[in-house]
Design a protein around this ligand. Structure first.
Ligand code: F3S
Length: 389
């Protein structure tokens, strides 16, 4: 990979050990992927920040010096910063998690701790280059916003943040954003169906970018696209998709020869398991303001003054919770807890449950792997609320 004079100096260690290490990571990744050069990025999003997953490896982050060169955000950590003791997090975990957070903050990374950085502050624009980890956000940025990022890992996203650049390969290049497979959906899709659809697509398409053809009456909302993105990212290895007639690059792409069809029965199967859930969790990815409003309306319609009978958690970004304070207060009046900075999967606080009801395809994939052997069951949002009473 070609380096400029300035990049050579950093690589040689003339700007200190931290930037040298960051440059070494970027060069190694660039060389493996035959990148020709580094390109500037507008923002970075760093994952792997929960103490539950990073453990003592955070000492490495602590040893880094200097500050990030572009706006950089963090994925959810292992606890709600303000209410960790109320959700059963131990003092020992909280101390460690606070140290992890401080290590990232010291580098100038915004401690917003959410997987929906595109809902806060500045939304990436079409064609902008980013270095984001967190698969759900990568798929959303590439597919729905038309921004350009590869599926970064925690070290490469952090290295890109420290240098302000990323290797030019993969989804940064127009020719690699062409679809390789058509996915024809033969039934109308709504709400958690997008989680089921994404789960299926991720499993079926391998590393081929899909172009999805929905029925004329399926018009996904931004939140449904968020769920579709998260589920494809959870089961698949592609970093983007197109939806014919909807996503910003879909008009300029060709028609792949390979085709798969998704029937009503394929989606319906996701709802068939009958196990009784002992907890309900919504907000994977973190809930938007509109979703909070919608859940409140469902609670009001179903609850009629009653409190929920099962543990019920909603996960969102702190800034969204603050923006929606009044609605959050009303939601919590039903004994539902609105939690920030963390989520069901990355926090150890939720490992005590046996079966979780959710509208998220990503939780369907990760709860059985990362939450103490619990099961996850898919439900439409309305059904999640109904089953809580
Ligand atoms: Fe976000 Fe946690 Fe889901 S990081 S996408 S809420 S697993």
């Amino acid at each position: 990979m070609h380096l400029t004079k300035e990049e050579e100096r950093i690589y040689g260690g003339e700007e200190g050990w931290t930037k040298k290490k960051a440059m070494e990571i970027l060069v190694a990744i660039g060389d493996i992927n035959s990148a020709s050069k580094l390109i500037p990025i507008k923002s970075a999003h760093v994952s792997g920040v929960s103490y539950k997953t990073i453990g003592e490896a955070f000492e490495f982050i602590n040893s880094l010096e200097g500050t990030v060169k572009v706006k950089s955000t963090l994925n959810p950590i292992g606890m709600d910063i303000e209410r960790w003791d109320k959700i059963g997090i131990s003092g020992e975990f909280a101390t460690k998690q606070t140290e992890v957070l401080a290590a990232y903050k010291k580098l100038g990374i915004t401690a917003e701790c959410t997987c929906v950085p595109y809902l806060l502050g500045r939304m990436p624009k079409m064609g902008e280059h980013l270095a984001w980890a967190e698969s759900s956000a990568v798929l959303y940025a590439n597919s729905v916003l038309g921004a350009r990022t590869n599926m970064e890992g925690a070290p490469s996203a952090l290295a890109a943040a420290l240098i302000g650049k990323t290797p030019f390969y993969g989804l940064h290049q127009t020719e690699n954003r062409e679809p390789g497979i058509r996915v024809c959906v033969k039934c109308d899709i709504v709400d958690a169906d997008y989680s089921a659809l994404g789960f299926l697509i991720g499993n079926l398409v391998g590393n081929k970018i899909p172009v999805i053809e929905l029925t004329s009456s399926s018009l996904p909302s931004k939140d449904e696209l968020k769920h579709l993105s998260a589920a494809i990212g959870a089961t698949g290895s592609v970093g983007m998709y197109h939806i014919r007639g909807l996503t910003p690059e879909a008009d300029a792409i060709g028609v792949p020869a390979e085709k798969i069809e998704i029937e009503k029965g394929d989606v319906k199967k996701f709802y068939e398991e009958n196990e009784e859930a002992d907890v309900i969790a919504i907000g994977c990815p973190h809930c938007s303001s509109l979703e909070l409003q919608h859940i409140y309306e469902l609670l009001r319609a179903e609850g009629k003054g009653r409190k929920v009978k099962k543990d019920f958690f909603i996960f969102t970004a702190r800034a969204i919770k603050q923006r929606m304070q009044e609605v959050v207060k009303k939601i919590e009046n039903y004994s539902v807890k609105v939690i920030c900075d963390t989520c069901f999967v990355v926090s150890p606080a939720f490992e005590r449950y046996r079966c979780v009801l959710t509208n998220s395809g990503k939780m369907l994939r990760y709860v059985p792997l990362l939450c103490g052997g619990a099961k996850a069951k898919l439900c439409k949002t309305e059904e999640c609320v109904r089953k809580a009473f």
